[in-house]
Design a protein around this ligand. Structure first.
Ligand code: NAP
Length: 259
């Protein structure tokens, strides 16, 4: 059994729904004090209340990852309410689809600003507190899309998700002197409000193309984050874990069909 994360202070950006909520819920269930961060306070509060009702410790704050001031307020709130920051899960991200021919520079900037600059700003703001932790951890939510695979309409998105891994490798070196590890999870297709927006057809064909024959759950990602935040993962840094039900493995449709 992993050493408990009981009492650790965990901040999760983009935690009002989807993967972030799943990550936050797994930490709350395992005794951590969780700060739920999202732009819309009502939804963030509702998620935190759910965790508290289930016996956990959680609170919420409104924050936009594209704003350094918001990220600093988030980090300060975690320190004041929960005694510091031990784990930052930089998860907030958006994935609107637009092919290159139709994509405006503004659309490109919005995705870069949220997914990539937002990762940097969250880490920068949390750093003064993570440095004081005996077990500082940064867990990024990247994706298979970008670092490993491609999908039409997601050049900007794929660039940010691959970019997060570039950020991670240097951050892992820079922060090693504080004993802080920096790792990333690369989810495949996970059932979230965001993914549902892509439509029934997308979800059905995706599930059929995954060796484990189902989309992932947000808890599948939450438990990977919990492991990377654990004491037992102390010697893992600058690495990424793919959590995708084997989606990237088949080299052809035939490989899937013959299984
Ligand atoms: P989602 O269901 O749409 O949830 C996104 C969360 O991020 C919400 O809590 C949203 O709340 C918040 N958010 C969005 N923009 C924000 C901003 N500027 N500042 C702060 N919070 C913001 O998305 P998801 O599917 O869970 O995706 C979450 C992460 O997982 C993303 O980084 C995504 O790239 C990654 N991912 C998802 C999948 C998948 O299959 N779902 C696969 C691979 C990777 P507000 O709108 O209130 O801010």
């Amino acid at each position: 059994m992993l050493t408990s994360l009981k009492g650790k202070s965990v901040v999760v950006t983009g935690a009002s729904k989807g993967i972030g909520k799943g990550i936050a819920g797994v930490f709350a269930k395992n005794g951590a004090k969780v700060l739920v961060v999202a732009r819309h306070l009502d939804a963030a509060r509702a998620a935190a209340e759910e965790f508290v009702k289930a016996g956990g410790t959680a609170s919420a704050i409104a924050g936009d990852v594209t704003s350094l001031a918001d990220m600093e307020a988030m980090a300060k709130a975690a320190a004041e309410r929960h005694g510091g920051i031990d784990v930052l899960c930089a998860n907030a991200g958006i994935f609107p689809q637009a092919k290159i021919e139709d994509m405006s520079p503004e659309q490109w900037d919005e995705v870069l600003s949220t997914n990539l600059k937002g990762t940097f700003l969250a880490v920068k703001a949390a750093l003064p507190y993570l440095k004081k932790s005996a077990q500082g951890r940064v867990v990024l939510t990247s994706s298979i899309t970008g670092p490993v695979t491609g999908f039409p309409g997601w050049t900007h998105y794929g660039a940010t998700k691959a970019g997060q891994l570039g950020f991670m490798r240097t951050a892992a070196i820079e922060l090693s002197k504080y004993g802080i590890t920096v790792n990333a999870i690369l989810p495949g297709n996970i059932v979230t409000e965001g993914l549902m927006g892509l439509g029934e057809d997308y979800l059905k064909t995706m599930a059929a193309s995954i060796p484990l024959k189902r989309l992932g759950t947000v808890e599948d990602i939450g438990y990977a984050a919990l492991f990377l935040a654990s004491k037992e993962a102390a010697y893992i840094t600058g690495q990424s874990i793919i959590v995708d039900g084997g989606q990237i493995l088949p080299e052809s449709l035939e490989a899937l069909a013959q299984a």
